[in-house]
Design a protein around this ligand. Structure first.
Ligand SMILES: Cc1cc2nc3c(=O)[nH]c(=O)nc-3n(C[C@H](O)[C@H](O)[C@H](O)COP(=O)(O)OP(=O)(O)OC[C@H]3O[C@@H](n4cnc5c(N)ncnc54)[C@H](O)[C@@H]3O)c2cc1C
Length: 253
């Protein structure tokens, strides 16, 4: 396994009260949906998807626990350990597609704006947590906002908006990332309507390169065969049913 390279933070942008984008002094050429491991010495090393895949590394992070709290304390000029790009990303297709992002899940979908066209559903708990609608609009996407509390866009959940769009649209592909419970509903809808779907999954990861087995989902190593899977690959697996904690013990979703 390669050692993390210590790279400088070039900038930090606040996206919402709980999300920040970190731009690193490290050039990459990655595929949308691929991820990296970020390391803070003495704290931990954790996986994050790219929210930009060309040029300087960009990751958009939600403050959720110990590691991300420490990351949020870092400023322009500070150093962070970087390994990557890793994993299998999204495969772009022609035709009109629909992107469905829940919460921080919109971040790995953002780079797809340069590869596909169509509609995007951006869902969050409330108006202040919605991100990237301007970036998608600039690229000609039809943007549909959805909030749990109705403070912006439709009051409800992302899959309900997708169901509404599917009454009149026939998308060539649905791409989704977000809470697993949301992605399961999106997948069920796509299977019912016979629309192909690609999903970016999160499982507890340690090595990020397919060696340790921490992120197993049925027969798949999510870090290596994923994190992006097709709906077909996921049917009949633990997806939407069971996940694993840091020790590898299974728990129901
Ligand atoms: C492929 C992949 C891509 C990801 N991309 C993003 C992203 O773009 N932006 C973002 O904010 N978050 C992303 N995550 C989740 C991110 O890794 C966790 O939010 C982070 O590890 C939380 O660490 P913490 O110490 O702050 O919180 P903790 O309190 O340690 O954990 C909070 C929750 O985060 C998840 N988590 C914790 N450690 C890990 C780990 N080693 N691997 C996977 N999940 C973990 C678990 O669900 C846990 O319940 C991604 C995860 C994976 C697997």
């Amino acid at each position: 396994m390669e050692a993390p390279e210590m790279v400088r933070i070039l900038g930090v942008a606040s996206e919402t009260p709980s999300h920040k984008t970190f731009i690193l002094e490290k050039k990459i050429r990655a595929v949308p949906g691929q991820f990296c491991m970020l390391w803070i010495p003495g704290v931990d090393e954790k996986p994050f998807s790219f929210s930009g895949v060309k040029g300087n590394v960009k990751v958009t992070v939600k403050k959720i626990g110990g590691f991300t709290e420490e990351l949020f304390k870092l400023r322009k000029g500070d150093l962070v350990g970087f390994r990557g790009p890793y994993g299998k990303g999204f495969a772009p297709v022609k035709g009109r597609v629909c992107l469905v992002g829940g919460g921080c899940g919109i971040a790995p979908l953002l780079p797809l704006k340069d590869y596909v066209k169509g509609d995007v559903i951006i869902a969050a708990k409330n108006k202040s947590e919605l991100m990237f609608s301007g970036e998608f609009k600039k690229k000609g996407f039809s943007v549909h906002l959805v909030t749990d509390d109705g403070s912006a866009g439709m009051n409800g959940f992302a899959h309900e908006k997708l169901a509404e769009l599917l009454k009149t649209e026939k998308f060539t592909m649905v791409y989704t990332c977000g809470p697993e419970i949301m992605m399961k509903k999106v997948l069920d809808l796509c299977l019912k309507k016979k629309i192909p779907c690609q999903l970016s999954l999160e499982r507890y990861m340690k090595c990020g390169i397919g060696v340790c087995g921490s992120c197993m989902l049925s027969e798949y190593r999510v870090c290596k065969e994923g994190p992006v899977f097709t709906g077909k690959q996921l049917s009949g697996t633990e997806f939407g049913v069971k996940t694993r904690n840091a020790c590898g013990s299974g728990k129901r979703i």
